[in-house]
Design a protein around this ligand. Sequence first.
Ligand SMILES: C[S@@+](CC[C@H](N)C(=O)[O-])C[C@H]1O[C@@H](n2cnc3c(N)ncnc32)[C@H](O)[C@@H]1O
Length: 361
Amino acid sequence: MATRTVQTVRAGENNAKQRASTSARNSAVDTVRNPATDLAPATPRPASYLAEFAADVRASLTKQPQRELPSKYLYDELGSALFEAICVLPEYGLTRADARLLQRHARDIVDALDSPVQVAELGSGSGKKTRWILEALARRQRTYYYPIEISPSALAACEKEMGQIELVSVVGYEKTYLDGLRAVATRRDTQDNLLVLFLGSSIGNFDRGAGDEFLREVRKTLRHGDALLLGTDLVKDAATQILAYDDPTGVTAAFDLNMLARINRELGGNFVLSQFRHQARWNDAERRIEMHLVARSLQEIHIPRANLRITLEPGESIWTESSHKYVTSEIDDMARRTGFQCIDQWVDAQWPFAQNLFLAE
Ligand SMILES: C[S@@+](CC[C@H](N)C(=O)[O-])C[C@H]1O[C@@H](n2cnc3c(N)ncnc32)[C@H](O)[C@@H]1O
């Protein structure tokens, strides 16, 4: 049995990879934290982080004609725990479809790439589904896995679980998607190919134009021979899609409402959660689910740390998340437009969801 070691590397300690690879152990966990966002649970938020959160809340809540909140703020410790619960809801088939495809095709995916391959994952969450890819790679080589996450609790869970896999070393990055990916790309050796995972249809959280722009930025950090595995949830009937984002047990509603609770906790806001209801809307023209928090009555909102006062009319909503849906035939074009070639696509038989393997052109 291999000895397992858990190690945390903070900013300034940049030799984690070397130490992990030269030690005798077979698995390792390191974390590269951003000092500006070192948000271990129960640690007060640093001033710079709170200033950015406050500025984002202020800018998005004052948008007209539609007030918004950025979906990335759904994921504090409670939000990440609620997202894990969403993943096992009977109505939310997306995660199970994603997992089935990864389990079934992990070998095909890694066989498409030349060794040595290192793996970076954008918004890993707990990373549970990624096990199939890491195990398939570890059968042929020692593998470095770089989960990139803004949620400290999700990153910690991911590091703990993936750090158990033989011949896999985990180096976590508590950063935003592109900052994390750039950091990973600069530390890799010249012979390493990079497989970037963007699973669970997180691409769907971007508006379509912004999604293309994001994929182009991802492509800029990659070299010829690198790959991107992109999950895309496919269009299905509206009732099924709405239920997936508004389950009868109210877990998704709690996930959504927690954004307001987070603003109360961290920015001193006065949202009364019982005066808002979660709503999932299917926007047919844009082919997306929109999550909204709708005021049940007139609300005078004060958020002192964002220096913000607003009035919400009864029935007025705050748009908190989009989840765009795709058709398989548009994926090839999406790859071409953003500097990739889609070399393979697998579609789940039970829940319309596609796993797409893009090669950097
Ligand atoms: C919808 S969850 C998906 C988690 C996992 N990939 C899956 O498929 O189950 C999105 C994850 O990305 C993280 N996230 C959201 N926006 C991010 C950003 N801009 N940079 C880094 N991580 C982000 C969240 O904290 C969350 O864990």
